[in-house]
Design a protein around this ligand. Structure first.
Ligand code: AMP
Length: 187
């Protein structure tokens, strides 16, 4: 199965994706991780996006789609994909449909982790201390939230019409969220 975990920054997408990777033997595709690795490996893409990411803006669809294409076309990962942080714009969502179609795949489940802004701010402030991410300061968090709301809202509208779309309360405990997701997957 292929799964999308969707939601604002700090909603717990990475945590839930990690859990599903272990339980269902999936591959986690985090565009944030892919982009950060380009930055730390100082590739051409990395040099291009370093500033963009640290300001809380989005990398271009072109760059992100290229990184995703390599993963979706990998036969080893076919039908075992869990997308975390992608798609984040309508054009990325449409691109993903095209890529999956061309390798005879589809999205089986879409989970939207819904969390309010004040909860997210508290969570990211905690993560800042634990993970020391360059984009985890308050100003960037607010910017990331606003960018998310602006650019990602159309993606939400696009997916919420899908029968495989599930909205989950992302403000409850990690284990509670995991069991809700697993319950849906087991039906
Ligand atoms: P994340 O780890 O998912 O919170 O992503 C960290 C940062 O990477 C974001 O704030 C964006 O600057 C960039 N990024 C991650 N995923 C995408 C994407 N799908 N499209 C554009 N930019 C992205």
């Amino acid at each position: 199965m292929n799964v999308i975990i969707f939601g604002p920054p700090g909603a717990g997408k990475g945590t839930q994706a990690n859990n599903l990777v272990k339980k269902y033997n999936l591959y986690q595709i985090s565009t944030g991780d892919l982009l950060r690795s380009e930055v730390s490996n100082k590739t051409d893409i990395g040099r291009n996006i370093e500033n963009i990411i640290s300001k809380g803006d989005f990398a271009t669809d072109e760059i992100v789609n290229e990184l995703i294409q390599n993963v979706v076309s990998n036969p080893q990962k076919k039908n075992k994909l869990i997308f975390d942080g992608y798609p984040r714009s309508l054009s990325q969502a449409k691109n993903l449909d095209i890529l999956l179609n061309s390798s005879n795949q589809k999205i089986d489940f879409i989970f939207f982790l819904n969390v309010k802004k004040d909860t997210i701010i508290k969570r990211i402030e905690k993560r800042k201390i634990l993970e020391k991410r360059a984009d985890d300061n308050l100003q960037t968090i607010l910017k990331r939230y606003d960018t998310y709301m602006e650019t990602t809202k159309p993606v939400l509208d696009f997916y919420s019409k899908n029968p495989n779309f599930y909205e989950i309360d992302g403000s409850v405990k990690i284990d509670e969220i995991s069991s809700k997701i697993e319950q849906i997957l087991s039906v």
